[in-house]
Design a protein around this ligand. Structure first.
Ligand code: LIP
Length: 263
């Protein structure tokens, strides 16, 4: 795909941050055995990845706004455009030496995500999409799955941890969904969950209580791969409510029905 200059810039930044994270990820395994553990080291790796991305993106487009997991929000001279960045989505996996984490970079224009990059650096899988131009993984065009029956479908979610208030609602979701589908996965990276919906590996995904930077890039991947995305509660804004549903064309509505009826 012949992407725009902005998409190429996002890909360059994601690859650069990904290289830095892969180096740090190799170190994490050694740190697992030390008494101090890898916690501080991973926070540093996370912050360094955001620094790299910020330097690339804001260096090239100083007028765009910024929303990053590590450094927060900053307005730009151009109020219509902002980068939405999670330098390391799947931090807990990274910390535990599990190779399932990603760099996530999205570009928002007038409140709409117009480009997204999710880079799974450990597996060298680069997912990217631009409005109207389709979604890709490395050189291959992505298409959501064609599964039509809930009982054959695999869904992904994030189960709230550490006492988060969305846990009871998610447990109710699971109680309703699990008996009628082929399985639910919880792999710990919302950005990759959405990329996997875009690539047809999962048939759908939902999560309650996540942040804009976890999902912004993944949302456009799903849409450009022919899937659907929406809020858990009808009429709500996905980012504001922090609750999202995504799915292929056939199963998005049935999934919404199950998740919305539960509450
Ligand atoms: C994480 C997500 C994960 C979700 C967690 C968290 P982080 O992002 O991708 O799937 O369940 O709530 O937000 O913190 O690793 O960037």
């Amino acid at each position: 795909m012949q992407g725009s200059a902005n998409l190429n810039l996002m890909i360059k930044a994601a690859r650069k941050a990904g290289r830095s994270l892969v180096k740090d990820f190799r170190e994490v395994e050694n740190l697992q055995v030390s008494a101090k553990g890898p916690g501080d080291f991973v926070s540093k790796a996370d912050r360094e990845a955001e620094r790299i991305i910020k330097e690339e993106l804001r260096g090239a487009r100083p007028s765009y706004g910024w929303l990053g997991e590590e450094t927060g929000e900053a307005d730009g001279e151009d109020p219509t455009r902002r980068w939405i960045v999670d330098p390391l989505d799947g931090t807990t996996n990274f910390l535990h030496g599990l190779p399932h984490w990603a760099v996530s970079i999205a570009l928002e224009h007038k409140g709409e995500i117009v480009a997204g990059v999710v880079f799974d650096a450990a597996k060298d899988e680069l997912y990217y999409a631009e409005k109207g131009l389709g979604a890709f993984m490395n050189e291959s065009r992505l298409r959501v799955s064609g599964r039509r029956h809930m009982i054959e479908a695999i869904f992904a979610t994030g189960v709230p941890f550490g006492g988060r208030s969305t846990l009871p609602a998610t447990l109710q979701d699971l109680a309703r969904l699990m008996p009628v589908c082929a399985g639910v996965r919880r792999w710990g990276s919302a950005a990759l969950d959405l990329a996997y919906v875009a690539s047809g590996r999962y048939d759908g995904y939902w999560e309650r209580g996540i942040n804009a930077w976890d999902m912004a890039a993944g949302l456009i991947l799903v849409k450009e791969a022919g899937g659907f995305v929406g809020p858990v509660r009808e009429g709500r804004d996905i980012f504001e409510s922090g609750a999202v549903i995504a799915g292929n064309g056939e199963l998005y509505e049935p999934l919404c029905k199950i998740l919305r009826e539960a509450h």
